[in-house]
Design a protein around this ligand. Sequence first.
Ligand code: F6P
Length: 522
Amino acid sequence: MSLININPTKTTSWKELIKHYEEIKDVQMKSLFLEDSDRKHKMSLQFEDLNFDFSKNRMTEETLDLLTKLAEESKLDDAIKKYFGGDKINVTENRAVLHTALRNIDPKPILVNGHDIMPEVNQTLDKIKGFTNQVVSGEFKGYSGKPFTDIVNIGIGGSDLGPNMVVDALHYYKNHLKTHFVSNIDGDHVSKVLKELNPETTLFVIVSKTFTTQETLTNSETIKKWFLQSATENDIQYNFVAVSTNLEKVKAFGIDEDNIFTMWNWVGGRYSLWSAVGLTISLAIGFDNFRKFLDGAYAMDQHFKNTKFRNNIPVIQAMISIWYNNFFGSESEVVIPYTQYLEKLAPFLQQLSMESNGKSVDRNGEKVDYQTGNIIWGNTGTNVQHAFMQLVHQGTKLIPVDFIGFEESLYGNKDHHQKLMANFYAQAEALFAGKTAEEVHLDMKFTGDSQKINALLPFKVFEGNRPSNAFLIKKLDPRTLGALISSYEHKTFAQGIIWNIYSFDQFGVELGKELANKLLVK
Ligand code: F6P
């Protein structure tokens, strides 16, 4: 059964939200905290080692009630059941959406077209496990009999961004294998990577769901040519593996059938890092850590599936995002992790959210007259404080922020970590509280004459009242990362449901591909 289609702007709650917005749009978050000393506690949610504090938002309990009503009127609960249950909710591609099955540990069958997919999912996981163990131990060797030292992931979009982000994020848990990623069709990218490699000890993992993507096939052909300068066609079976749904094309490339890891059309590219697309992750951090990553995501899936909307982290994330996007007119959201290891989180979330919800036609096939997908951007704290944060603090745009911080550092450098986390807290506080003219005056009292103070005053005032969410997580590890990513996936899903759009196709990327191909033929 497919999704129930409801125009969100025609719901009672939407109309009530418009009225409510007029009433509270200028409300000062400072007064909300003064009115309710328990606000932080009431607007924080704990999930395992992850705390989500959404108290610094321009919203009240009434706002949350109305947003919850909107989620209910949009039949989000029905959509969640269909999402996890294997219904073909990717209507335009006539597919189920079951990346959640890839991390599922519940013994109950999950049916697609009446067929339980869990045995295949588990078989593929066993294959990933066996292969990972053989490569890491050195048992599976390159064509000249030497163990592998380097892994190259060749893929683009979902076949690159997810594995690349996670391998970086979990670098602390990495083994001896060096990992490289080739994605861009820019020949300088692949050349730069190959320059550092020895063909005898490098394992190439070609990742392409369709095995038709121009960038991945061109890069793979270039790499094959480079490889064949030192090896023979017969050696490809030792140094190349592939992850794809397109077995025929992979075999035609010369890859041994045993070295093909299957995936399924019910896994969308941007949701595929939990499948064999994550093979490079497993190779880099070992299968046990990969499993912990899946388990963290599974635990968040259960939270999303079974928790009332008011206490449901991904649902709250989605509702806050809709509140700013559709009522305050915010166009973008910035995500700022306070760990260098999450440097690639923003590009990953860009594909996840913008490829999913960048749609302007609703599920009835009609042009929407309200805003949908937001622009996602970001980078790591504290670097961003010396780059774009000026605009977030004092610019003309209202840009909600997601801060992501960790209680413990990985290497235990206390001095650095205290400074890092002081900045994490300080940024949210500065956005929230701002700095009034009186405070600026007080600060400058001893520094100059009053004329100078008055001249500088307007430039030094911070309006404040700028919203942010804060994820405070105990430690960056496979389980917490899995839970965090899963939460953003479900946020994206819930937004798409409320906006009445299809989040799991991506026709918008096709035209550019077609035109590029036409230009090549000319
Ligand atoms: O950019 C479009 C897209 O289809 C993404 O959705 C996908 O992640 C990427 O291309 C790569 O596709 P494939 O894995 O089939 O090579």
